[in-house]
Design a protein around this ligand. Sequence first.
Ligand code: TEU
Ligand code: CA
Length: 548
Amino acid sequence: MNFKNMTVYQIYPRSFYDSNGDGIGDLKGIEQKLDYIKELGVDMIWITPFFKSHQYDNGYDVDDYCSVDPRFGSMEDFDNLIKKADSYGIGIMLDMVFNHSSIHHEWFQKALAGDKKYQDYYFFKSAKNNNLPTNWISKFGGPTWEYVESLDKYYLHLFHKGQADLNWENEELRDELVNVLKFWKNKGVKGFRFDVVNLISKPKIFEDDFQGDGRRFYTDGPKVNEYLQEIVYKAGIENMITVGEMSSTSIANCIEYTKPENKELNMAFNFHHLKVDYKDGEKWELAPVNYKSLKEIFSTWQVEMQNRGGWSAWFWNNHDQPRAVSRFTNDKEYRVQSAKLLANIIHLFRGTPYIFQGEEFGMTNGYFESIEEFRDYESINYYNILLEKGKSKEEALNILSRRSRDNGRIPIHWDDTENSGFTRGTPWIKINENYLEINAKKDRESSNSIFKHYQKLISLRRNLKLISHGNYREINTDIDKLFIFERYLDNEELICINNFSNEELIYEFNNNIFEKYKNSKILISNYGDKTFTNPLVLKPYESIAYIN
Ligand code: TEU
Ligand code: CA
């Protein structure tokens, strides 16, 4: 399995398929859908946390790293899943939440009981001048310190107060995490995703931030590279597929985290392209999508990572993001074309593409109508923060509907039977009303199937070095919503032309581009065959790639 020509499918088990009718997706459900995943053609499945957890943050608050939470099934279910996946040639990637553990983890419980050894696994600090140890703001809103009366100390939590940050400076703690990796590696796991792993190197001095929310003090800290090299080496996972989720990171850091000679990770997720509709970088302030900025970010990351030996994991969607087809394109009149346009871009890029469950048949945002429909702690917390800031209920609900992570957590629409075929029970979160029109079964029966489009892209990446290893260059257009890029390797080249607008576009290429591609053949298109002409007429949301 080579991370450069593979495609990874992300499953959020809670919303994937419920096999026992309790309304929550589970491991047996994944096993029962392996034929579907096999047919798609992916090489690996990343499963988000299913370990024992109190679910404050839907499993990213881990009580026991070497377990299966009964909600999702048993360890035997996991063993059966990995065995069947293996027989299909599909690797399993697990999600290691090592920046923080749950406060119900036995380490934290021992710390609370006064055990100094385990207190040093975390960050317990005294108040400073009758204030919190620092004024940092949690990613979910609110302070990052929670008071423990029995210890007269505060502990650090960058996320939910149920997620206590782990002190990676402590070598015993690091060795505990190495053992977790060995446990799952010995069970046949083939890859690991490391959750917010660029936050693990905390500062020696904790100080207030009067310029921001504190992230500049703990993001991409001084020892992340050293910690990653150590844990990869000690766990013996250098030959596995590894990806780091990098929160608020930089290109320079992602190059260091992923360049092979550093023996850290194969690749890294970054989020810059998913913030071009934030107002001044603020997730909870709406702004129109800045397509010019989107193109600049894509091309800067593509070229820099290529020139300096890094490797990106590319994605539009995951369990923390709204659905891209609703966010960046037209999920109504041009939903099918839009879904294929988005797929073409990510799957023809340099870097490893990730498909988030449901993306392969064009699932949309949740179209929530009341605050009661939301489940995500971050969303509900920010709803209250927005109201406190003076937003009306309607404004706050509108912002949540556009930004909430619950948009990506709507149960998968398998077919048009009750509850979209996801469960025979009551789903833990609402099913989208549009499941009658938008579901896996209907899409795969369609002559215009998005699923079949993804199958082709996955196969192209596996078989064409031009795609998996080729270089990248953008063809600059002065039209914000027209994104054109090339890939080139030896004497092969492809061009991918994308119209991000509702309107027809007519584009005049310069002569040398036209000369290069005038006799080329179609590689993949979302509207069907057409000759490369000059000028080229592009329909709304048309995405077409030619290869010569
Ligand atoms: O995500 C961290 C992360 O960067 C996003 O969650 C983002 O910070 C958040 O949506 C606020 O905008 C990882 C997991 O993917 C996420 O599900 C967890 O909630 C989080 O870490 C904490 O483990
Ligand atoms: Ca279930």
